[in-house]
Ligand binder design. Sequence first.
Ligand code: BG6
Length: 471
Amino acid sequence: MIPPFSLVIFGATGDLTQKKLIPSLFKLFLDKKLPSEFVIIGFSRRPIAKEEFYILIQSVIKRKKSYNEVIWREFTKHVVYIQGEFENREAYGKIKEYLNKANTMLYLATPPKYYETILDNIAASGLAQKTQKGWTRILIEKPFGKDLQTAVMLDSKLDTLFKEEQIYRIDHYLGKETVQNIIAFRFANGIFDPVWNNNYLDHVQITLSEKEGVENRGAFYDGVGALRDVTQNHLMQLVAMIAMESPRSFSSQGVREARSKAISVVRCISEDEVSNNVVRGQYEGYKTEKNVSANSQTETFVALKLFVDTERFKRVPFYIRSGKGMKEDVVEISLVFKQVCHILFKEVGCPEEGNILTMRIQPNEGIRLIFIAKEPGHEMKLSAINMAFTYESEFKSKEVVDAYERVLEDAFMGDQMLFNRSDELVSSWRFITEILKGWEKGQSKLLIYPKGSAGPKEADDLIKRDRRKWV
Ligand code: BG6
């Protein structure tokens, strides 16, 4: 059971709080997972009354099936709002008045440019100090820095205020049910890990594609872009989940160590190789989005080819891509196995596509294995067919828990397994920063792609050059 807590959300009127944090906290409350003693302290710059704040944070929840007005009113009894500028030290004093005596969770859900100021003021106002009775923890949202140097700086600042066991660096992709299932699928079944290596694997593909554009997040997104927004974190974590060796134990330490080792051996693409290995795009119309600069050079699409330097993945390329304004909402990982046409079938011919194992992260969460079968009939004719599992059909009565719900619950319980360790971030930023340097030198031209498409054609060329194609 989650112990009593005070949760301070910096950036309480922002998009993340409305769309993810409050809905997840409310769901935990509905499911009776929150303790009787808790307080959520929203802290933001917007000068609004408490009632207006409630209306604001209610808007997303109200549209959900699980919404219940009576329970919502109960919930809001635990919620307070403090208006204050992040720079204004005195405002932090007000937070203290509401803290209960037990445990304190500080949540940085603001644009990253405020992190340093907020951390300074948290320190100056004594909020970082451990209470005698309980713990103090800090949850920090991505993007964690904007390149290697700023990430390291931010980390050392955190380090002066908190111990590693108090720091929870969020990457909500690690909280996704389907991402956690990668470990179960690979290691709990005896038949997959033995082929999870370069003897059998041809390559790996990871796609994170979103139909929506930047919507009302232009002010945040412009200048950040797809490389920092989702590649440095979500995609790199997915690479780690596939590339890692077996954790020593299914513990926070074991799993974090295995992820970290995998990311640390992702081979950096040197600045002058960037244009050959990285495709950078922007959807048509992006420059006219709200709060986006009219001559913005921010990428909304990235595709790249990388290698993980382990014996297991030697010469097995990973092709990864992410984009907004795409034709589909889909996040999936495909392990494409080597396709050799067996001598028995040389004459009748084999299908071009052989064995592909696809893990669908979302939506329609599940796993699909493409394999070859004989078509019914007198003749021996082979074709590639699907064997599929979906969470919906197999686990009917069990809902897939939302990632934010999961990571919040874990943070309250003190489980750091699904949170980034400092060295994971340093390694992924090292990789990403080399690409950024290449871009600064003019490598990878910004390519415009039609909204609702599969991204620039050059992303197809990237993989076609190696005589492969996107699944
Ligand atoms: C966030 C990014 O971290 O992840 C967003 O900032 C992106 O730009 C989102 O849309 C995707 O998350 P999910 O859970 O909707 O796949």
